[in-house]
Design a protein around this ligand. Sequence first.
Ligand code: HAM
Length: 439
Amino acid sequence: MPTYRAPRGTRDLLPEEAGRFLRFARVAADLTSRYGYRPIETPLFEQTAVFERGIGEVTDVVEKELFRIAPRTEDAEAWALRPEPTAGIVRAYVQHGMQTWPQPVRLTMTGPMFRYDRPQAGRYRQFWQFDVEAIGDPGPAIDAEIIELGYRFYTEIGVRDVEVQVNSIGDPVCRPAYLATLVAYYRAAAGTLPPTERDRLEKNPLRLLDSKDPAMAALNAAAPRITDHLCDACQAHFDGLRTHLDALDVPYRVAPGLVRGLDYYTRTAFEFYVAGREGQQQAIGGGGRYDGLVELLGGRPTPGIGFGLGLDRVALVLDEQSSAAGTDGDAADGGRAPDAVVVSADPDDTIGRLRVATELRATGLAARADLGHRKLGRQLEAAGRDGAHFAVILGDELAEGQAQLRDMQAGTQRLVAIGDLGRELQRAVSQHRHGTRKG
Ligand code: HAM
């Protein structure tokens, strides 16, 4: 057992897995730029108040799961690691006066989030999200566009059988009357409520609906539904969302019990699941509209909508789906095989090897110098194990400014002037790539 280990609920992404996450981020960046989103980066930690106000004080995320940073002095600001990106991005929108930019402002970010939850498969204390936010458009057309964008991400990344669940959770006009009905319903069953839920009933009754406590399942299934209590404007918005989703051919299911776990949501709420995995309560992504959030964090009233997709869960699903299909799964990118490895007959000439490799890299080639003090044969063996296409062999010809260029696959070699190596290799590598290698 090693003395030091990654903290519980976190994991190291070793090169294969880290390469796969880079691929997710690349697909996300390419896709979002096609839809007009621009990248943003916010700090990994914020003033705790940003999350308390934004996400809501009576939510699992803030009450139980916030990673609070111990203050260094008594009068220090209270900080917490970000449990999700939306509150920070909206804080940045307000702070930098983005309401004066052309609206909506479309922003995207991919990075780690932190929640002090009980770790289990698919639930980590540090996890990655691909997030998009469109701030400044009341919808519902953009709601459908965003849901379609999330759905397309899964398609492009190779996840099959994704199911979209949508709901409307009303707004400040219709929600109070619904909440009164909900409170009356739960009060009638108060004797059977677990203590946390009984406490929450008075403070934030909507949260009971997405309780993770199994004791709540039957009660929640029979609870009054917000969709039966929507005001005319929310109903029209929800109908508009569905018409647009139909027009875009996004398959979806209306899920009247879906309320999301964060307080900032209004109207549209949605989640992505893989069909057959719903029982595990593990959404692979989720989002919704937050028309009150900008104002809550100090800006002018401004509508917004976005989603966060859980990349760790996407990776798990890809593994499950590929092992079920008996394939190797998505092409993990564990790094690039070198175009050339520079070796030399003189085991101690590391300067010569390093110099040539440095020049080759400057021309854009993936070139590595063998920096061990071992015999030429061993250097060539190692180059072969690395999958190098070519070896540049520095030997006696170096005195005349030349080196042997060896094609590792064909087993052939020829003399090339050192100054021409970059150009020769570029040409040979591109011929290899296009399968037009001659002699
Ligand atoms: P969320 O539903 O809390 O929404 O998280 C989004 C996704 O992150 C989840 O569907 C899940 O895939 C993943 N996720 C959440 N917690 C964990 C965890 N502990 N371990 C692994 N994956 C996890 C939000 O965070 C909102 N900010 C989404 C949003 C953006 N709404 C509007 N804009």
